[in-house]
Design a protein around this ligand. Structure first.
Ligand SMILES: [Zn+2]
Length: 213
């Protein structure tokens, strides 16, 4: 079963944030708050990554799931949303450019967002940073005051970056946009949390990605 980590033990900035570690190719799942939880990415939604047992382990019941944010519409990040929707009634946030791929399956729960929109959570607001390139509607979520970035599949730890979805130029521009932000902590769609100095990691990813553009 996927492991649940209390990130508040690793960084005081992340008090109230939990991580369900992605098993295999499944994305990481981040849980922000517990009373009115916001879930950032939902995993692949298969038998090995069932989401609810881990949420229950955190004391989160269906009525506590207020929002789901999907950083991009790849199945390893998005399909778990349908498991969540079987029991709970959260709003599901997606960038408008990716929402079209699964909007019909999400029905009334879908909220299409765009650059600069702000999504409230129990802990702090998250700004939508549109980062096309890995997918057209890929987005990162930024807690500006806390300098926390949920980087989806745009930037990974150790200077790795997302695979291009046919458009290397826009991915590089997206990483360049992230490199201008003040970021201490980076929580990526795959891999381990970057708990300090994440700006350096983003700059390294920018240098690496620019070699391919
Ligand atoms: Zn992806």
């Amino acid at each position: 079963m996927p492991q649940v980590i209390d990130l508040g033990n690793d960084s005081p900035k992340l008090k109230g944030v939990h991580m369900i570690v992605g098993d295999g190719l499944c994305s990481n799942i981040y849980v922000v708050g517990r009373e009115r939880a916001t879930i950032v990415d939902t995993g692949v939604g298969n038998r090995a990554n069932p989401v609810w047992p881990q949420l229950e382990q955190l004391g989160i019941k269906p009525g506590n799931v207020e929002r789901v944010i999907i950083t991009h519409a790849h199945h390893d990040h998005a399909m778990g949303a349908f498991l969540i929707l079987e029991k709970a009634k959260p709003k599901v946030y997606l960038h408008e450019a990716d929402a079209k791929h699964i909007s019909s399956s999400l029905g009334d729960s879908l909220v299409a967002v765009k650059e600069g929109d702000v999504i409230e959570t129990e802990l702090w607001p998250l700004e939508v940073i549109w980062t096309p390139g890995h997918t057209e509607g890929g987005m990162c979520l930024y807690a500006r005051e806390q300098r926390i970035l949920f980087s989806g599949d745009t930037v990974f730890p150790d200077g790795y970056f997302g695979r291009f979805d046919g458009d290397s130029g826009s991915l590089v521009e997206s990483i360049r946009k992230l490199a201008k932000l003040r970021v201490d902590v980076m929580l990526a769609g795959h891999g381990v949390p970057v708990l300090g100095g994440a700006e350096e990691n983003i700059k390294l990813a920018l240098r690496n990605a620019a070699l391919y553009a």
